[in-house]
Ligand binder design. Structure first.
Ligand code: DAH
Length: 340
């Protein structure tokens, strides 16, 4: 009778052990079954009333049941341990054959992009790309461009002077002179680069910005050539036909000098805030190279002539992308740069 209920108790406990879903549930079964105050302990407490033979026999049955349950508890516990280990290994598993995630790639600055586009365009038109120093001498930045020391035009460009009489170039025009000296006529060159002005900074003025200087020297170069190249240039930049007009402009190194305007690309003519309601946007100063400049650079103005222009790259980028504050461009803010 008693051994039957012990058997039954053992099978119930075995079923609970098998069904335990967590180490905590398993521990609860252990306490209930074989713990100090568990079901088996409860039964052995009543054994005092039994005859010695019965006590011996029931004692054996109880022991066997206890061993069976403890073995089952251990086995189940082991399974939980294995499962935990497997879960950890699964979580830590790394596929060493996968390609590594590369570093985050950046991209070219919008000014660099426009500069390279224009370099490609001018190279396709037979121009050479030249580089000049950013720290320039007074001679190349001013004198050789027909601006002797007391020339009033020097005041048009606020200059950062350096110790020893050198300066930070205020424009890319000095590279014209270096180009003429090095290569001689005929000559087709452009010179993109950084220039510096001692100006107070605001939404449309920076102390550092980018220009692209261009020059062509050949026989019988006229304003018609100048216009042709400028129209080709602007059509490539804006990817559509642009209407241009020339107004007289004064620069000591060209004669005649012009301001080239384009029909406003925003409003197409009637007037808007971008063109200050005039229908035209001033974009490109240019002109025919002053004979004095040719002579200073060792070229005979009786035999050769040419045109030159100075394109504001920074300004162009702002127009192309609709950027309304020049300070964004060199501000180094990735949230701005990532848009391009
Ligand atoms: N160097 C002038 C400036 O920075 C721009 C310029 C005007 C360049 C006329 C030229 C030119 O080549 O012909 O203000």
């Amino acid at each position: 009778m008693l051994d039957e209920s012990i058997q039954e108790l053992a099978s119930r406990c075995l079923a609970r052990i098998a069904a335990a879903g967590s180490p905590e549930a398993l521990e609860a079964v252990r306490v209930d079954a074989v713990g100090r105050k568990g079901a088996l302990a409860e039964i052995s407490k009543g054994m005092g009333k039994l005859t010695p033979e019965e006590r011996k026999r029931i004692g054996q049955v109880l022991n066997a049941a206890k061993q069976q349950l403890e073995a089952a508890l251990d086995a189940r516990k082991q399974e939980f341990g294995d499962a935990a280990l497997r879960a950890r290994l699964d979580a830590e598993w790394v596929d060493l054959t996968l390609p590594a995630p590369g570093p985050r790639r950046g991209h070219l600055h919008p000014i660099t992009r426009i500069q390279r586009e224009l370099e490609d365009l001018f190279v396709s038109l037979g121009f050479t790309v030249l580089d000049g120093p950013e720290v320039e001498t007074e001679y190349y930045n001013f004198d050789a461009l027909n601006m002797p020391p007391d020339h009033p035009a020097r005041d048009m460009q606020d200059t950062f002077w350096l110790d020893g009489g050198n300066l930070l170039r205020t424009h890319t025009s000095p590279v014209q002179v270096r180009g003429m000296e090095h290569l001689g006529p005929p000559l087709r060159m452009i010179a993109p680069g950084r220039v510096f002005r001692n100006e107070s900074v605001d939404a449309s003025h920076e102390h550092t910005f980018y220009q692209l200087e261009g020059m062509m020297i050949d026989r019988d170069v006229s304003v018609a050539h100048l216009l042709y190249f400028m129209k080709t240039l602007l059509t490539a930049i804006f990817q559509r036909d642009v209407t241009v007009r020339l107004r007289p402009g004064y620069f000591p190194f060209v004669e005649p000098g012009f301001e080239l305007d384009i029909r406003c690309l925003i409003c197409g003519g009637p007037g808007c805030p971008v063109c200050k309601h005039s229908g035209w946007v001033e974009l490109l100063p240019c002109g025919l190279v002053n004979p004095n400049v040719l002579r200073i650079s060792g070229i005979d103005p009786e035999k050769w002539g040419g045109f030159a222009f100075g394109l504001g790259l920074t300004r162009l980028v702002m127009m192309r992308y609709g950027i309304d504050d020049i300070r964004h461009l060199q501000g180094g803010d990735l949230r701005f740069l990532e848009q391009f």
